[in-house]
Each structure stands twice: as structure tokens, then as C-alpha cells.
Ligand binder design. Structure first.
Ligand code: FES
Length: 140
């Protein structure tokens, strides 16, 4: 098991939406990824923040992913993912499962305890405004 890295307090995880944070992969390239915490009947679960239909699409776009009846909803094409299993039970990627991250809950603290990822910080990956401009389809 990896060292425990504190993400937030249990009370920081909302009941009806997701808590967004950043991780880096612990392999050589250390790519930064986004992940979400969600409440389940049994506690809290963590998933990578990417839909299984189009894997560059984020479930939580920065202000919390919509949730209904214990399911996280992808806003792009309406896929439903069970918060506790990550299983897609409706939508274009039905049958797929979100990528999970290992957590340890200790008292009021939520820790990342996944050998494949390191905790970077809370919130979304910052995008450089210059990057956005360079990816524009408009050319002059
Ligand atoms: S991108 Fe999520 S359902 Fe299509």
C-alpha cells in the first residue's frame, strides 16, 4: 500500500454531486488526471473523472457532476454510472465501468491510498489560456 495522502474531510464530499481533485500517475510520465469523490450508501468512492463513452469528456466539469438516485450522470450523452460500483447502467457506454482509485477513510479524513496515483490537489486541472487559444479552429 502507498503512503496515505489526505484529499479532504469526509464532510467536504457533497451528498448530491461530486468533489473534484487532481492526481498524477506514478508511472514515468506522471500525467496529471482528474478524479472525483462521490458519496455512496457505504461511504465514499473515488473514480477518474472521465466518461467511458468518450474518455476525454469529464463527468465533473468543474462545478460538480449531476447525480440522481445514487448515479453520476454524464452531461454529454446522458450515461448513468452507479456511484458505488462505477458501472454504466444506461447510455451509449452501457456495461462499461469507471476507473477506480483506492481510498482510505480514517475518522473524518479521506486519504488517497492508491499505488498508481499520487494526490496533487483539489479542483480541476488548470488550463493555460494560451493553450486554449492555440487549439482554436479559427485561423487568421
Ligand atoms: S461522453 Fe459521456 S455519455 Fe457520451
Amino acid at each position: 500500500m502507498s503512503d496515505l495522502e489526505r484529499i479532504c474531510s469526509v464532510g467536504d464530499v457533497p451528498d448530491d454531486t461530486t468533489f473534484l481533485f487532481r492526481v498524477s500517475e506514478t508511472d514515468e510520465d506522471e500525467d496529471e488526471r482528474e478524479a472525483i469523490l462521490v458519496r455512496t450508501d457505504d461511504g465514499i468512492q473515488a473514480w477518474l473523472n472521465y466518461c467511458m463513452h468518450l474518455t476525454h469528456i469529464k463527468l465533473d466539469k468543474g462545478s460538480g457532476a449531476p447525480m440522481r438516485n445514487g448515479e453520476v450522470i454524464c452531461q454529454n450523452h446522458g450515461a448513468y454510472f452507479e456511484a458505488d460500483t462505477g458501472y454504466c447502467n444506461y447510455g451509449p457506454c452501457e456495461g462499461a465501468v469507471l476507473d477506480d482509485l483506492e481510498l482510505t477513510i480514517d475518522g473524518d479524513h479521506v486519504f488517497l491510498s492508491d499505488d498508481d496515483f499520487s494526490f496533487v490537489g483539489t479542483g480541476a486541472i488548470e488550463t493555460d489560456p494560451a493553450d486554449r487559444t492555440s487549439r482554436s479552429n479559427v485561423e487568421f
